[in-house]
Ligand binder design. Structure first.
Ligand code: KG4
Ligand code: ZN
Length: 362
């Protein structure tokens, strides 16, 4: 059977990415131009800067993806692009480029949901994985527990009511002075800390047992730091005066004896991972599925992977996750998701637009 080659483009946040994917399962190239170093200067993604950088990088990144795959645009069967959710200015750069290329080269255009892309990253790293399976999607903007009934067929079991898991990592990292991007930094530091040092709350949401909330644990970390500062300065008026101007990084001198920055990182992470793991396994049992997959940037978290592996093994569940480079934003995952759309005859016309708040299943 003739193979299908898809040129895929991703520009929904701060990564300009392009890839060539063969038959939905093999990334022949996966080029990522990250703006992380630039946005680190501002402590987070600055949308206006992100879209300007996408404009500078998109054409060279696409050219590099074709070159690395040793293929020409002519040999592509379709052009795929993320059209939502994400930052509108960033999405528009990818969508505009994909439409122009597809139109000029007379190729079908496939708009891909960014989160469906994250799920599909699993197909690239796990060739044997086929639906149905349960997927925990944990990224900077999303936290969803989803039954993947079939390719392109999703049933959402639970979602976050407030912050996404990755967002909580990023906010807590900023509060404890680690900076952006917080996830990988907390992950690394937590290895040196005691996860039981501080009992941060595991939020339970009334109603749906598979929903999440992470704003509570984030606030608990902030409250903990403030309480430490207040206690430490209670008997020291001159220190109290200094505190009015104390920056986030100054909190270290107010921690109780024996508690370190690494302990806070490890205890915060333990609370987040605990909730993610217990809800996922409860959902897998209730749904009667034997396969569990992780997706999104937080899926590369080492504590989440190891705890999920342990509990899955104990419950006879098979666990899948993408390799780290495919967990965070990339275009290969978009090419994989697009392949399964293409196989079902789904393409878009030239009216395809960026949809910043695109919902899963639309
Ligand atoms: O999927 P992604 O690249 O972008 C979105 O679609 O949001 O996810 C980025 C998020 C960020 O919040 C980042 O801090 C988090 O994933 N992240 C991690 C790790 N690596 C990335 N969180 C925890 N542990 C990690 N190792
Ligand atoms: Zn993403």
């Amino acid at each position: 059977m003739k193979s299908t080659y898809i040129l895929a483009i991703e520009s929904s946040c701060d990564e300009t990415a392009a890839a060539v994917v063969k038959d939905g399962r093999t990334a022949l190239s996966n080029v990522i131009s990250s703006q992380i170093a630039l946005h680190t200067l501002y402590g987070g993604v600055v949308p206006e800067i992100a879209s300007r950088k996408h404009i500078e990088h998109i054409v060279p990144v696409i050219q590099e993806a074709l070159k690395e795959a040793k293929m020409t645009l002519d040999e592509m069967d379709a052009v795929a692009v993320t059209y939502g959710p994400g930052l509108v200015g960033s999405l528009l750069v990818g969508v505009g480029a994909a439409k122009a290329i597809a139109y000029a080269a007379k190729k079908p255009l496939i708009g891909v949901h960014h989160i469906e892309g994250h799920v599909a990253a699993n197909y690239l790293s796990n060739p044997e994985l086929e639906p149905p399976f349960l997927c925990l999607i944990v990224s900077g903007g999303h936290t969803h527990l989803v039954m993947i009934e079939d390719y392109g067929s999703y049933r959402i079991l639970g979602r976050t009511h407030d912050d996404a898991a990755g967002e909580a990592y990023d906010k807590v990292a900023r509060a404890i002075g680690l900076g952006y991007p917080g996830g990988p930094k907390i992950d690394r530091l937590a290895k040196e800390g005691n996860p039981e040092a501080i009992a941060f709350p595991r939020a339970h949401i009334e109603g749906n047992p598979y929903d999440f909330s992470f704003s509570g644990v984030k606030s608990a970390v902030l409250n903990y730091l403030n309480t430490c500062k207040m206690k430490a300065s209670a008997g020291e008026p001159e220190r109290h005066a200094d505190m009015a101007h104390a920056g986030e990084e100054d909190y270290l001198s107010y921690l109780p004896e024996g508690i370190t920055q690494a302990d806070i990182a490890a205890s915060f992470q333990a609370a987040v991972v605990d909730v993610l793991v217990t809800r996922t396994v409860a959902a897998a049992k209730a749904e009667g599925v034997r396969k569990v997959a992780l997706a999104g940037g937080v899926a590369s978290n080492s504590a989440l992977r190891s705890h999920m592996r342990e509990i899955c093994e104990a419950n006879g569940l098979s666990l899948y996750y993408p390799e780290p480079i495919l967990c965070t934003d990339n275009a290969a995952m978009i090419g994989s998701a697009a392949y399964y759309e293409y196989r079902r005859g789904i393409t878009h016309d030239w009216t395809l637009n960026a949809v910043p708040n695109l919902k899963l299943g639309e």
